[in-house]
Structure formats: structure tokens, C-alpha cells
Design a protein around this ligand. Structure first.
Ligand SMILES: [Zn+2]
Length: 261
């Protein structure tokens, strides 16, 4: 009996391995994009972390909280609420200024902080936006860009994560959107289906994702929250679509020698 119990413990302890790190620009970027996935891996025993680069100080304000530091503080609380709802670790709040990160001075500072956190939490998998930033937001694009750069410069890392994924909504799923969704989803940077490498079924975690969406009250009026809920549950069916952007190729048998092989 003792042996059985300890074996069960061993197998469940061995089932999960490898921390997951999501790197996004604003509080709320995580909820409707990868929320269910983060919640699933946390539940399965992975350490799951979220970096939020800015505090969203100049984002929408659907409450009477004025934009600026006060909105930033409110959104930091919303980010904590979201992480709790998803069952992942407390967020790393880097507190850079919303809308102002794409410049010579700020990019190296963010890169340094993200690198430090990678060394600290030792992720096996990192997830961020694709080059389109999903919504085209310049902050999203910058975060995608610098996260990819950190991945490429592996000699600067002691801990080297194995895989980098981009959020990748497939074109086919958005081809015939209902009108109420078409307007809000119109800006989404879609990815051709053939480039989508990874589909994670996280449909059992839609409730956690919904609770996470509801944390971001300063950003989304109830109607918008419902739209995001439908996007996750109906349109995406609780699946999270990703594109494997980079992975360690050192184990590859040989390098290609011809572009048309
Ligand atoms: Zn954002």
C-alpha cells in the first residue's frame, strides 16, 4: 500500500515538467488569447508564469478611473485577479509605459528584465504574440520582437528554453464571422492555416478563462466580455492555436545545404 501510494505520487509528480512563460504587453492580453491553455498547464502541475510589460496606463477606461498611473494601478490589480482566476503564479509586472515601449531607450531595458525572469523561472516553453501583434498594436509587436530576439541570442542565456510559440488564430476559423463579432475581430492578424503548428485543447478550462476575462473590468464592458467569451468557447471551441516559431535544432541530424531540398 505504501509502495502503491508512493508510486502514484511519483507518476503524478513526473507527469508535469517544464515551466511555461507567457510574455505579453498589457494586462488583459492573456485572457482571451491563451487563458485556457495557461490554466490547463497550471492544473496539470506546470509552473505557469505571465510577464506583463506595461501597466496599460493609457488603455480603455470603462470606469471613472482616470488614465495614467491610477488606471495602471487598477489594471495591475486586474492582472493579479486574472492570474488567480487562471490558477497561475502572480504576474511579473514590469511597469513600462503603455504605448511608449518601441524606442531605443526602452527596448534594451525590457529585454534585460525579460531575460532576468527567464533565468529565474527557467521556462521550457515561452509564448508571445506573432509579428502581427494579433491586433496590430505596436506594443504587442515590440514584445513579440524582443522576446524572439532573446530566444535567438542563446549565448546570452544560461537557461535556454526549448520552444517559442506565437499566438496564431487560423484564417479559416474567422472566414465567416457573425456580424456582432466581425467588427471587433476585424483587426485581428490571422495566420494561414498551414502555418498553424499547434492546437491545444483547453476546453475544460473555459470557466477559468471566463473568470479571467471578467477581471479586466476597466477594459471591457459586459457586452465585449461576452463577445470574448464566445470567441474562446464558440469560435475557437476552447482550443488555443499557436505557431511554433523557434525550437532548439541542435539535435537535428544535419543542417540543410540547399534551399530547395
Ligand atoms: Zn494589449
Amino acid at each position: 500500500m505504501v509502495l502503491l501510494v508512493s508510486l502514484c505520487f511519483l507518476s503524478s509528480a513526473m507527469a508535469a515538467s517544464g515551466p511555461v512563460l507567457a510574455v505579453f504587453a498589457h494586462p488583459d492580453d492573456e485572457s482571451a488569447t491563451v487563458g485556457p491553455l495557461l490554466s490547463r498547464y497550471a492544473k496539470e502541475g506546470h509552473d505557469v508564469y505571465l510577464i506583463v510589460v506595461t501597466s496599460g496606463q493609457v488603455g480603455d477606461s470603462n470606469t471613472d478611473i482616470p488614465r495614467g498611473d491610477q488606471l495602471g494601478a487598477a489594471r495591475e490589480k486586474e492582472a493579479r485577479c486574472s492570474c488567480k482566476a487562471l490558477g497561475i503564479h502572480e504576474p511579473y509586472l514590469l511597469r513600462f509605459m503603455d504605448g511608449s515601449i518601441s524606442n531605443w531607450e526602452t527596448i534594451p531595458k525590457i529585454r534585460e528584465r525579460v531575460r532576468e525572469i527567464i533565468e529565474e523561472v527557467k521556462p521550457e516553453v515561452v509564448i508571445t504574440f506573432g509579428p502581427d501583434g494579433l491586433t496590430g498594436h505596436p506594443d504587442h509587436r515590440t514584445v513579440s520582437n524582443l522576446t524572439t530576439e532573446i530566444f535567438q541570442q542563446r549565448s546570452k542565456l544560461t537557461h535556454r528554453p526549448g520552444k517559442l510559440y506565437y499566438v496564431a488564430y487560423p484564417e479559416s476559423l474567422f472566414a465567416n464571422l457573425p456580424p456582432e463579432m466581425a467588427q471587433s475581430a476585424g483587426r485581428i492578424g490571422l495566420v494561414a492555416d498551414e502555418w498553424v503548428t499547434t492546437v491545444v485543447d483547453a476546453s475544460a478550462y473555459l470557466e477559468q478563462a471566463w473568470n479571467s476575462i471578467q477581471c479586466h473590468k476597466t477594459q471591457w464592458p459586459p457586452q465585449m466580455m461576452e463577445m470574448l467569451r464566445n470567441l474562446s468557447s464558440e469560435l475557437l471551441g476552447g482550443k488555443v492555436y499557436l505557431r511554433l516559431a523557434l525550437q532548439d535544432a541542435s539535435g537535428q541530424a544535419e543542417k540543410e545545404e540547399d534551399l530547395f531540398d
